[in-house]
Structures are given as structure tokens and as C-alpha cells.
Design a protein. Structure first.
Length: 267
């Protein structure tokens, strides 16, 4: 059976990017379907910024966020406490075996998780079990092969090539967005509503933040570790990719678009 490894890891430069995520900038497709008092299970909650935002909107409904990393779960718990949000709890969990009874949550949500899994269809079947026949499963995934970057910087072509190769070697599928509909149908959902949205980074502040994050990730995160372990890059390649991100961030014309696929699945 194919195994998986999380390609990005939990270096500070990765979590810096993840903590930017909110319900508004990452879960817009789901927000019209939320109602106060509904329960939600968030799989792959990471540092909890999206989960806590959703908990605010669903209060007094019960919200549970889970992640595979105990350190990241601790960070999510601290974030919820600092924000004073009390209707959310966090725990470690395996996405294929959730500690929840059949049909025990109104909504099961995941964001940027399925791309890292070797068996995304099995995970979606598990989410379907927890949501039950009347519940809603919501998923959003980036499609890395569809990214558009301007201006053209050859080092960033190499960055993307490494990311795609590494993700697949680690058992996942970095271009998950385009596959969500097919995965949900394979998981047995009777009703799958499909949408798409983007992240755009182009202002001076956005470029400095995103480009700076990836300039660090290229050298210090699991992206670097896995590229070296797999023999698909040398340290000099990673240095050049890091410099490419800083070049992009410094360009006043810099523009980066990340497409995402989204599904709302039932039954």
C-alpha cells in the first residue's frame, strides 16, 4: 500500500503561511451554508485559524479540529484560547480513522489536506461516514500545476517542478483541485456541487509575505529536506530557488495566481 509524507512539514516558514488563512479568504464557498448551532469537524486543521473562525460563526455549535501533528494541535489550542473561542476543541487524529460516530456532525470540512494523502477517496469516504446521509462534506484544494506567476523567473519554474515531483513521490497529488469532483464521485457521494476560487498575491505587502515565506521554505522546511533526500535537487538549486522568490517579491510587477477546486458533497 502506498504511504504518504507531508511534503511541507511544520517549519516556522510554513506555519507563517498557514496562519494567514481565515474562513473569509479560504472557505468562502462554504460560508453561505453555515448556521449558528451547527456542528463541524475540521480535518487537517493545522494551526487552527480557519477552524476558530468557523467556530465563531457556528457558535454555540460544537466544532472539533484535528491534525496529525501534536505540536500544531497545541498551537491551535493556544490560538483558540487567545481568541476567547470556547466552542472548539482540538486533538490529534488520523484522517482515515476519525474518532467520531456515524452521522455525528452536520459538516465535515477540510482545506489543503487531500493533496497530501495517498488515499484521498478513502479519506472522503470516512468524512462521508461522519457527516452521515444528511450531512455536508466540504473540501478545497489548490491545483499547483495551474499556478500562474509573472514575471517569468526560471528558478520558480524549478521550484514548481520540484514541488510537483516531491509531492507525488511522497504519495500525494499536488494538483488535487481538478480531481476533487472525481474523488468525491468515487467515494460514493450522490450530490457533488463543484466550484473554484483563487488566491492572488500581488501587492507589495503580499509579495513580501508570500515570497519571503517561500524563500525561507526553499532552504529550511521539509521542501528542502525532501528534495535533497530524493536526489531531485542539490543545495545550490535550493539557494537559486530561494533567490528567485526574493527576486519575484521585489518586482513591482509581481503577480501570482493560485487556482483552487472546491466541492460541497452530500449523501
Amino acid at each position: 500500500m502506498q504511504t504518504e509524507r507531508y511534503s511541507h512539514g511544520h517549519h516556522e516558514s510554513v506555519l507563517r503561511a498557514h496562519t494567514w488563512r481565515t474562513a473569509e479568504n479560504s472557505v468562502g464557498y462554504l460560508l453561505p451554508h453555515l448556521r449558528p448551532g451547527a456542528s463541524l469537524f475540521d480535518v487537517g486543521a493545522g494551526p487552527g485559524t480557519i477552524t476558530v473562525d468557523l467556530a465563531r460563526r457556528l457558535a454555540p455549535g460544537r466544532v472539533v479540529g484535528v491534525d496529525a501533528s501534536a505540536d500544531v494541535v497545541a498551537q491551535a489550542q493556544a490560538h483558540a484560547a487567545a481568541e476567547g473561542v470556547t466552542n472548539v476543541t482540538f486533538a490529534t487524529a488520523d484522517a482515515y480513522r476519525l474518532d467520531a460516530a456515524d452521522g455525528s456532525f452536520d459538516i465535515v470540512h477540510t482545506h489543503q489536506l487531500l493533496q497530501h494523502l495517498a488515499r484521498p477517496v478513502d479519506a472522503l469516504r470516512e468524512f462521508r461516514r461522519v457527516a452521515g446521509p444528511d450531512g455536508l462534506v466540504a473540501a478545497r484544494e489548490v491545483d499547483y500545476a495551474g499556478i500562474i506567476i509573472h514575471p517569468h523567473i526560471p528558478a520558480l519554474d524549478d521550484w514548481l517542478d520540484l514541488l510537483l515531483r516531491m509531492g507525488r513521490t511522497n504519495g500525494g497529488e499536488p494538483s488535487a483541485g481538478r480531481r476533487l469532483k472525481a474523488w468525491a464521485r468515487a467515494a460514493g457521494f450522490a450530490d457533488v456541487a463543484v466550484s473554484a476560487s483563487t488566491w492572488l498575491f500581488e501587492t507589495d505587502e503580499q509579495r513580501a509575505w508570500w515570497g519571503g515565506s517561500w524563500a525561507d521554505r526553499a532552504l529550511h522546511s521539509s521542501y528542502a529536506d525532501h528534495a535533497l533526500e530524493q536526489g531531485i535537487a542539490e543545495r545550490a538549486d535550493l539557494e537559486r530557488i530561494s533567490a528567485g522568490w526574493r527576486e519575484w517579491a521585489a518586482s513591482e510587477d509581481g503577480w501570482l495566481l493560485m487556482p483552487h477546486g472546491e466541492i460541497l458533497a452530500r449523501g
